[in-house]
Ligand binder design. Structure first.
Ligand code: C2O
Length: 510
């Protein structure tokens, strides 16, 4: 079934209203429910999960320094919408089927409010996971202005909960950003990009078995999920009518596995102003933007003098990445369309500033600890290939215990054939470099033999990051300072099918 492209308008995501707000803090309540929503006009309404009756969830907008409390409430049915594999960690038959816990991705948060995968809770908080501590989460939001997102993180079913719809934007604003006169108000639009597949009746399709099926198991986790349809803000291949002026788009890849390399078919530049963790030092004009799952890019697109033009945002990243097939330009090679059809409602006085602000560089010599961490590929008892971090499973004892306030350099030594978007909770980091090495020799000798010079991060990655692409045949190095909270967090691959099946590890700040 191929749905028509550009049949539906891009939904503008609602901004969540607080239940209470005063000088000292803001309080939200957010309910997760199951409901039907139209994801394309040619498709029957689709049963999805969402926050506050909306998929994607409403955008939470806060000011830097604002103290925010959120009660995340699970009002979902007891039966899951999608096929569960009971053999993967945390999803065995001894736990309730539908469990949720919310993580604000990229936020620096006290550990009790970070959404630890085993801090899950069920409807009415009737049952809770072993690490559950409280109902109301606290976010201090002391970070700079940035584009974050919230999504489900329950152990063993994150891929299914997020695919069902549990994701939304969380935006921090500040005075400095406002002073830059970037496009704002209705000219600033967050775009959450996801891929899905549908059954004929309009319901969500998610595979029950990998390509090589596992006869012993009725339902098995798949090594990756690649959908045949692209959605932006919850609509399949939407269009957006724009004025001939500058717009700011906050791009987020919230797909399970798919990477995107985004381009405009007009050949015009995207002016990137921000990375995962906020504004860059200088804007850069780029032809294309690569986004692995969970990565964000803040961009300005200038439609000035393009009256009457239709511009398509395309994607040419192979899936899976980098070894998979290139996308069909007629389907998943297309993301959305911009139509420059609205009259200019007032003169565009917004700017693309030549300088955005200081970006202090973390120095290698400030690091007190270096960690060498492999990304591995092994086989389970059913003959399924699955991935590990540092050759360890979720339940193995904690090995990463950085000291509060210390700076560390992590070497991600990728021994697999995939590029893995590695995400570390609590901290923002800077990418130092990537360097090719001899994988086979490493497997034999456990020593890194580099086979070429180190490659600096791409211009579009030169800012604060919380997710980094660790490419095959390369050692990827990042540097970060651990704090300001102590306690238990996680780091993991953000390909959700990998995260759910052992490519996630706890770490503790001591
Ligand atoms: Cu976006 Cu640990 O997650």
């Amino acid at each position: 079934m191929v749905l028509s492209k550009f049949a539906d308008k891009l939904p503008i995501l609602p901004v969540l209203k607080p239940c209470r707000k005063d000088q000292s803090h803001t309080y939200y309540e957010v309910k997760m429910t199951e409901f039907k929503q139209s994801l394309h006009s040619e498709l029957n309404d689709t049963t999805v999960w969402g926050y506050e009756g909306s998929y994607p969830g409403p955008t939470i907008e806060v000011e830097s320094g604002e103290k925010v409390f959120v009660k995340w409430i699970n009002n979902l049915p007891e039966k899951h919408l999608l096929p569960i594999d009971y053999t993967v960690h945390g999803a065995h038959l001894d736990v309730p089927e539908v469990r949720t816990v919310v993580h604000v991705h990229g936020a620096s948060v006290e550990p009790e409010s970070d959404g630890y995968p085993e801090a899950w809770f069920t409807k009415g908080f009737k049952q809770v996971g072993p690490y559950y501590t409280k109902k109301v989460y606290r976010y201090d939001n002391y970070m700079r202005a940035c584009t974050l997102w919230y999504h489900d993180h329950a152990l063993g079913i994150t891929r299914l909960n997020v695919y069902a719809g549990l994701a939304g934007f969380y935006i921090i604003r500040d005075q400095h950003e406002r002073s830059l006169n970037l496009p704002c108000g209705k000219y600033e639009i967050p775009l959450i990009i996801q891929d899905k597949s549908f059954n004929k009746d309009g319901s969500l399709y998610y595979p029950k078995q990998p390509e090589k099926p596992v006869p012993e198991l009725e339902t098995s986790v798949v090594p990756e999920f690649i959908g045949d349809t692209i959605l932006v803000n919850g609509k399949v291949w939407p269009y957006l009518e724009v004025e001939p002026r500058k717009y700011r788009f906050r791009l987020l890849n919230a797909s399970n596995t798919r990477f995107y390399r985004l381009k405009l078919d007009s050949g015009q530049l995207l002016y990137q102003i921000g990375t995962d963790g906020g504004l860059m030092e200088y804007p850069i004009g780029v032809q294309e933007i690569m986004l692995a799952p969970a990565e964000r890019a803040d961009v300005i697109i200038d439609f000035t003098n393009l009256e009457g033009k239709n511009i398509i945002m395309t994607n040419d990243a192979p899936a899976p990445f980098p070894g998979g097939d290139p996308p069909d330009p007629d389907t998943v090679g297309t993301v959305m369309q911009f139509r420059v059809t609205l009259p200019l409602s007032s003169i565009d006085t917004s700017v693309i500033p030549s300088y955005l602000g200081p970006l202090p560089k973390l120095r290698e010599r400030s690091a007190s600890k270096i960690r060498y961490l492999t990304l591995d590929d092994i086989t389970d008892q059913y003959g399924r290939e699955f991935m590990l971090l540092d050759n360890k499973r979720w339940d193995d004892p904690i090995t990463e215990a950085p000291k509060l306030g210390s700076t560390e350099i992590w070497y991600l030594i990728n021994l697999t054939n995939d590029s893995h978007p590695i995400h570390i909770h609590l901290v923002d980091f800077q990418i130092l470099d990537r360097r090719p090495f001899d994988v086979e020799r490493f497997k034999k000798e456990r020593v890194i033999h580099y086979t070429g010079p180190s490659i600096p991060p791409e211009p579009q990655e030169r800012g604060w990051k919380d997710t980094v692409r660790a490419n095959p045949n390369q050692v990827t190095r990042m540097i970060m300072k651990f704090g300001p909270y102590k306690g238990l967090y996680v780091w993991h691959c953000h390909i959700l099918e990998h995260e759910d099946y052992e490519m996630m590890r706890p770490f503790v700040v001591i």
